[in-house]
Design a protein around this ligand. Structure first.
Ligand code: FEO
Length: 396
């Protein structure tokens, strides 16, 4: 994609990655973009770079606006390699006067690239940089999602360059939120929050309050991934406030793996008991669903219901993987229950209950286990378990 002017003298110069399918365990089935921005003025400033193998696109896009050697400053809002990967080559080529980043940013960049000779200029929360016609205000965004992360606000343009915050892993030829399918946009935005920011949801909450205190109500948000928000800026900011608060909706996710189909039958019976006009349910057989898609559906789910048969006195590996993943995401304010079939050791429900307690999920039922294959009576009991989960959801 070519460079694009998004505000007067502010250009998108990033790269679209149509092929990315995995981002440290997060399935990026629709690719991603690495957004970098170039501000032209008394001083020319590049905000972040791109993943190392996308350097040619970055340089080609910058060259459509100016000779890259005319860049005076680089701002590193975030040191992760998808934004800093080609920094060594860019610094060599551009020879910038200054490389702006936080103190933690400097440490992180040195730990990655081992070059202390770069022209680091440290900034902290509240510092600003006067470029003549534009002023950049630096806003610390620690743990969103790295300790060094920051955002940059250009007040004259009402433009927030937000690093990963408000982003989506989604490759598109369009650059703005009003040019793409809104259902997909919201799914990808929720997926991004669930898989990247949920572990530090409290930091997201603080960031939204900070923006309010600083009277920053941008009319455009230029993220480091996906499309730029210009139409529904309020929508995504409201969503981050809601997700940051871990607000839930009355629905349940039933997440399971099955060996010979018994646990799957139980899952479907439990789901029948949960589903009503007031409460909805979604089933995820982990043989067919990726952990990061399940995490997306978990983002606002009130109830997390886990199922596994017993395998070698334990639970099936895909459920163990899902539990490990959920544990790191740290959902709060949830209820749950467990179920599963067994042969000669009735152990999986006990282990799943323990896992739910470790996740700080409130158990609303002792759970249900079935020997080998469920009978009609067993399935009726599973449906009743679903009803109890539904009642618990409605009671919270
Ligand atoms: Fe897009 Fe945290 O890197």
């Amino acid at each position: 994609m070519k460079a694009l002017e998004i505000k007067e003298n502010v250009f998108w110069v990033g790269s679209v990655d149509w092929d990315l399918r995995d981002f440290h365990g997060y399935s990026t089935e629709k690719g991603s973009t690495y957004n970098a921005y170039l501000v032209k003025g008394d001083k020319n400033v590049l905000f972040d770079t791109v993943k190392s193998d996308h350097i040619e696109t970055l340089l080609s896009n910058i060259s459509q606006i100016m000779d890259p050697s005319k860049i005076d400053y680089i701002v590193s809002n975030h040191s992760e390699m998808d934004h800093s990967g080609c920094l060594p080559e860019v610094i060599k080529l551009v020879n910038p006067e200054k490389l702006y980043c936080t103190a933690d940013g400097k440490k992180t960049l040195i730990a990655h690239f081992h070059d202390e000779s770069w022209p680091f200029e440290l900034v902290k929360d509240g510092d600003s940089l006067d470029l003549g016609s534009k002023t950049i205000e630096f806003i610390g965004t620690p743990m969103l999602h790295w300790p060094e992360s920051m955002a940059s606000f250009i007040r004259q343009d009402s433009l927030l360059i937000s690093n990963d915050i408000f982003g989506q892993h989604w490759a598109t030829s369009e650059r703005f939120d009003d040019q793409v399918d809104s259902g997909e946009l919201w799914w990808q935005s929720a997926k991004y929050f669930a898989n990247i920011f949920l572990p530090t949801a409290g930091a997201a909450r603080k960031f939204m309050s900070k923006l309010e205190k600083l009277e920053i109500a941008p009319d455009m948000i230029a993220t480091d991934h996906g499309v730029i928000w210009r139409k529904d800026v309020k929508g995504i900011m409201d969503a981050y406030a809601r997700w940051g608060n871990q607000e839930t909706k009355p629905y349940a996710i039933v997440v399971y793996d099955t060996m010979w189909g018994s646990t799957a039958k139980m899952a479907r019976a439990i789901a029948r008991g949960i589903a009503t006009d007031d409460v909805s349910v979604k089933l995820f057989d982990l043989r067919y669903n990726h952990r990061s898609d399940v995490a997306t559906e978990m983002l606002e789910a009130k109830a997390i219901v886990l199922g596994s048969p017993v395998l070698n006195k334990g639970i099936l590996p895909k459920i163990a993987d899902m539990i490990t993943y959920i544990k790191a995401l740290k959902p709060t304010n949830r209820i749950g229950a467990a179920f599963g079939s067994y042969g000669w050791s009735d152990l999986s429900v006990k282990q799943l209950n323990q896992a739910l307690e470790d996740l700080k999920v409130e158990l609303v039922d002792p759970g249900m286990s079935v020997n080998y294959v469920p009978t009609d009576d067993n399935l009726a009991a599973c449906e009743e378990l679903g009803v109890r989960i539904r009642e618990a959801i409605l009671a919270r």
